[in-house]
Design a protein around this ligand. Structure first.
Ligand SMILES: [Zn+2]
Length: 354
């Protein structure tokens, strides 16, 4: 875990908050980055001076890590150093940028890296302007830029529940809710597994991945709409972290079965995490990697990561189905064992009835 500052959905920076480190293999980074981004951010390359796309960017906003979305620098600390690389006199928050001595090329320099994913950013020198006297020399390829009016797009799962809106020790208030959309086969079963969790205020069965006109049970059942049966979980991230939510998700279904769960066969039963931003995407990818490496399952995880565009509620009779139909054989055979497994394995997360 690292302690970092991140943006919340209101576009305010909050922290410090705890976030898992993001560790992916080179192959996985290659899939997510362009060749030049990979060369610089993952292989410690340097772009040619005066060639970076962000060198002359004068817009107000935030520069974040190209690999994991962690905010790194603000436009209000950017200055023209004349060196040909984007330059800043301080990071957006202490702790988000790590420093390491670098003895490459016969020089002693200080390399700067993303605290969360170790992306190579550039170097820091002591010939910068006031007030810090430092010059953080960056590669454009290691950064993405988000303009001030769209900072909510940098919202990070680690920020959920941190409602301070100010830099400084987190005094996040409870009561703020977040949503997650997950597909793990039949939604009757996954809905039941998640409804018992402390901090979960609502679980709705629905369809995601396709269009509005096909978002109905009969049409989705044909398996050619792009939709998956999903649940939309509304939760209080102060009491249940996204990380633990994913742990429960991977225990509530078999993520190694491609486009099926047991006898439920078709892409509508695929294992899928619908992410709402880059930070959720990398958190989910890192979780899958960790489970695969730890051999949590006998076969590799086939769960897909897909951007959430919309989630359509399922018909009323599907909502709360397991609770309404406890004697139904499918519920007896499939949903109840999953509910029990989660109760046992995640006992600390189970709601105590008051
Ligand atoms: Zn990063």
């Amino acid at each position: 875990m690292v302690r970092i500052y991140v943006f919340n959905r209101e576009g305010k920076i909050v922290g410090p908050v705890e976030s898992p480190r993001v560790e992916l293999s080179d192959d996985e980074w290659r899939k997510r980055l362009s060749p030049s981004q990979f060369q610089i951010a993952r292989s410690k390359g340097t772009e040619r001076a005066f060639c970076g796309t962000l060198l002359d960017n004068k817009m107000e906003g935030v520069y974040a890590c190209v690999c994991c979305g962690l905010p790194l620098f603000s436009s209000n600390a950017k200055f023209n150093s004349g060196t040909g690389w984007p330059s800043f006199f301080q990071p957006i928050a202490q702790g988000n940028v790590a420093e390491h001595p670098d003895f490459e090329h016969g020089m002693v320099r200080v390399e700067i890296l993303c605290r969360r994913c170790d992306a190579h950013l550039g170097h820091v020198f002591d010939d910068g302007p006031r007030p810090t006297g430092l010059r953080f020399c960056l590669n454009s390829e290691s950064l993405t830029f988000t303009p001030s009016e769209r900072l909510g797009e940098l919202a990070d799962p680690a920020a959920e529940g941190e409602g301070t809106g100010e830099l400084g020790p987190g005094t996040g208030k409870s009561g703020h809710t977040a949503t997650a959309v997950l597909g793990g086969g039949c939604f009757w079963c996954t809905e039941a597994a998640f409804e018992q969790l402390e901090g979960v205020s609502d679980v709705e069965s629905g369809y995601a991945g396709g269009t509005k006109d096909t978002a109905n049970y009969e049409r989705v059942g044909r398996g050619d709409t792009g939709h998956a049966e999903v649940i939309r979980i509304t939760y209080d991230p102060k009491r249940l972290s996204y990380d633990r939510l994913l742990d429960v998700f991977f225990d509530a279904h078999d993520p190694t079965q491609l486009n099926r769960q047991g006898n439920d066969i078709g892409t509508q039963y695929r294992s899928v995490i619908f992410y709402v931003n880059e930070a959720e995407k990398v958190a989910a990818a890192a979780k899958i990697k960790k489970l695969n490496e730890g051999k949590a399952f006998p076969r590799p995880i086939v769960t897909t990561l897909e951007p959430l565009t919309a989630c359509y509620p399922a018909e009323a009779y599907h909502q709360d189905y397991a609770r309404q139909n406890p004697g139904q054989p499918y519920i007896q055979f499939h949903a109840i064992p999953k509910v029990c497994k989660i109760r046992e394995k995640h006992a600390d997360l189970i709601r105590t009835e008051r």
